[in-house]
Design a protein around this ligand. Structure first.
Ligand code: NOJ
Length: 497
């Protein structure tokens, strides 16, 4: 699944902000690359305090991205190309400008008052509990002078939390899913979905550092009930839509619990790998843990990059490691999520203070995609964020002409994954190989592939044979495996059954 951050992908009208027409025109890139599905970060009407994760109308397209007609054309083009389209759904909070919230804050008696989480001050004064909002030490509450109560916002003050205990909220949010399902979308990525079932007590967190709402499982069992009802809704549609949930929880078993009994989320993001150090121990532990938690019947996810985190090239420090990470990501059992631009090996952009826009400092990974070598890189005017340094060198057009480029590595890995049942959906076992080479086998009947990742900066020898089908090292000649791995190299090897 390829994640498109729409502002940064491709600009169809030359205003410097990516849009749906731009994406539709560049769909050939995704067809050529060989992805199965696109997850589109929010495109709904929004004041853009959090660049679309603050929605003021769930059933319309923000004019900066285009229109509903542009969307329908994009969806049709995706389907013609055999690509599925997954929308981002933001159920935990709306924008402060959403008509529901505007009404909610207008009076304590308003019809929508209890659609949001309103509380009185503590008896001694001050916010209702000790929660602080994300990316800040400020309270997760804002006092509304007009009605004399506080509203909860786990994120920005412009993102008030919905009250999912209110049946009308649930019904209205279900309607937003139906709206897009009836237009034909193939599924949703559900934003911080573990937060929708917060229990109504909203008790103080206790203990050091535990004031951050997302650091704890605050949804309790009600979140699971809500997800079961969402699942029933999805299951009733003929396109068999899927939902992948963003669950920002890190304790063992928490992510797995959101699959329910195959009656909640179809997939759950597991962010433990994005937080893992690039070491043998860390990834061995991650793979073991994930196999143990998911077993054979749950289908996991692998996420090494997205619009909230530094890019792999920046995080891992070298191009060689970023390329090895591509082999790792596409060699594991589970759905790989690939953030647009990773296939180009982009680093983060260095964004000067006067151009910084994101309240949480995430601009660097959101730099626009360079399509061509010339200075405008396929964008009309200077885009909303600066390009990465030396962007021309990473441009799609430049890499397409260079078979040793990272772009071709991703394309090759995706093609292998598509053609090999073992890589696509086979079982997985870790191999007994010593540090620093991590190895695992994927197999499906007689189809077998071994993946080896050298986590060290030194050349290594491995007792294995077979045919190398892909390597992160552009210097390697594909073919019979001689048992040697270059520094930071990762390979896919076809082995006899
Ligand atoms: C997670 C999203 O990925 C992030 O970009 C956003 O800021 C928060 N949820 C709040 O919606």
């Amino acid at each position: 699944v390829y994640q498109v951050y729409p502002r940064s992908f491709a600009d169809g009208n030359g205003d410097g902000v990516g849009d749906l027409v731009g994406l539709t025109r560049r769909l050939d890139h995704l067809v050529w690359l060989g992805v199965d599905a696109v997850w589109l970060s929010p495109i709904y009407r929004s004041p853009m305090a959090d660049f679309g994760y603050d929605v003021s109308d769930y059933c319309d397209i923000d004019p900066v991205f285009g229109s509903l007609e542009d969307f329908d054309r994009l969806l049709a083009a995706c389907h013609r190309a055999g690509i599925r389209l997954i929308l981002d759904w933001v159920p935990n909070h709306t924008s402060i400008e959403h008509p529901w919230f505007v009404d909610s804050r207008s009076s304590r008696e308003s019809d929508h008052r209890s659609w949001y989480v309103w509380r009185d001050s503590r008896p001694a004064g001050g916010p209702p509990n000790n929660w602080t909002r994300m990316w800040s030490t400020e309270p997760a509450w804002t006092f509304d002078d007009h009605t004399g109560q506080w509203f909860l916002h786990v994120y920005l003050p412009q993102q008030p939390d919905l009250n999912w205990h209110h049946a009308d909220v649930e019904a209205a949010m279900h309607q937003t899913l139906r709206f897009w399902l009836e237009r034909g979308v193939d599924g949703f990525r559900a934003d911080v979905v573990h937060l929708i079932g917060k229990n109504e007590e909203l008790a103080n967190f206790v203990g050091p550092g535990s004031d951050r709402p997302t650091s704890r499982q605050i949804s309790g069992s009600y979140g699971h009930v809500l997800l079961q009802r969402i699942r029933s809704l999805l299951d009733a549609y003929p396109q068999r839509p899927m939902m992948v949930g963003e669950v920002v929880l890190f304790e063992p078993g928490q992510v797995a619990s959101y699959y329910g009994n195959d009656d909640e989320l179809h997939q759950v993001f597991d962010f433990r790998s994005i937080k893992s150090a690039w070491t043998y121990e860390a990834f061995r532990a991650r793979i073991e843990e994930s196999q143990k938690e998911l077993g054979d019947d749950k289908w996991g996810t692998w996420v090494l990059g997205n619009h909230d985190n530094p890019r792999q090239r920046t995080r891992l420090g070298t191009e060689a490691r970023a390329r090895a990470a591509a082999v790792l990501l596409l060699g594991l059992r589970g759905t790989p999520y690939l953030f647009a631009g990773e296939e180009l090996g982009l680093p983060d952009a260095v964004v000067p203070p006067q151009r910084q826009l994101d309240p949480a400092g995430r601009d660097g990974c959101r730099a626009p995609i360079p399509w061509t070598a010339e200075p405008s890189h396929g964008w009309g005017v200077d885009p909303w964020l600066p390009f990465v340094e030396d962007a021309g060198r990473y441009a799609v057009a430049v890499q397409r002409d260079d078979l040793s480029a990272t772009l071709h590595l991703y394309r090759r890995l995706l093609a292998l994954r598509r053609s090999s049942p073992a890589l696509r959906c086979g079982r997985q076992e870790l191999l007994d190989i010593d540090e620093p080479v991590l190895g695992w086998i994927r197999h499906d009947g007689s189809d077998r592939r071994v993946i080896l990742v050298n986590f060290s900066a030194e050349h290594q020898r491995v007792d294995a044979g077979g045919v190398v089908e892909a390597s992160s090292d552009p210097m390697r000649a594909l073919g019979s495996f001689d048992g040697s791995l270059a520094a930071d190299e990762a390979v896919v090897i076809e082995v006899a059954s």
